[in-house]
Design a protein around this ligand. Structure first.
Ligand SMILES: [Ca+2]
Length: 221
């Protein structure tokens, strides 16, 4: 497969626009809204589990206050509960997801320096039929990019536990938005310059779930 020079030029322009945070330029579909990545308070919430990476909290992802920017469906709501694993004071509430409910997070800052996200979750039933689907959504792409990243089974998740490190999918979303550069990106001859306001969506399937403490991992911190 060969890539027309015209397409390459367009991609370079798009990448440059992304790198400078410009918006409105052709191809800059994953540019971040101004301020989204500012004032993040990094911490190591999973250190007790051996994951000493620094994470940034997802807005509202502790479920202790208002869920500004979140969308809840199917009876999803916050409930009084706490994640013992974190052991931090002030953690009293969590997200509850009845069967079929979804919760879609507020926009969060994600760049290619943010490879993973994690949260705590548990299934209220240990039935093998209880599953939590986890998707990431990049609404700024055309069409919207939805990437399924996990299907957690409740049969062994009756107690609170952290998810594995789940991919933010930012590389895949970037490639999807810049298909003309896919060959070079995959070959490693073109650096990935990607970023995007991302949402996480969780869906309870076949069981009731709870979730709390949603964080994204900035690799370079
Ligand atoms: Ca909480």
């Amino acid at each position: 497969m060969t890539i027309p020079r015209r397409a390459l030029t367009a991609t370079v322009v798009a990448a440059a626009a992304l790198a400078t945070g410009a918006s409105g330029a052709s191809g800059a579909v994953l540019a971040l809204p101004a301020g989204l990545c500012d004032r993040q308070a990094f911490s190591t919430p999973f250190a007790a589990l051996g994951d000493t990476a620094a994470y940034a909290p997802v807005p509202g992802g502790d479920f202790e206050g208002k869920l500004t920017g979140w969308t809840l469906t199917g009876g999803a709501a916050t409930v009084t509960d706490r994640v013992d694993n974190l052991g931090k004071g002030g953690d009293t509430r969590a997200l509850s997801l009845p069967v079929g409910a979804t919760a879609t997070s507020a926009l969060m800052c994600v760049t290619t320096d943010y490879p993973y996200f994690r949260f705590f979750t548990r299934s209220k039933s240990t039935s093998i039929l209880s599953n939590l689907r986890v998707d990431v959504i990049y609404e700024a792409t055309t069409p919207v990019t939805v990437i399924p990243v996990a299907l957690l089974n409740g049969s062994k998740m009756g107690a609170w536990q952290a998810t594995p490190q789940l991919t933010t999918g930012v590389v895949l979303a970037t490639i999807a938005a810049n298909l003309s550069a896919a060959q070079q990106i995959l070959a490693g001859t073109k650096p990935i310059v990607g970023a995007g306001p991302m949402r996480v969506r969780v869906t309870a399937i076949g069981g009731v779930w709870e979730a709390d403490s949603l964080y994204v991992d900035p690799r370079m911190r």
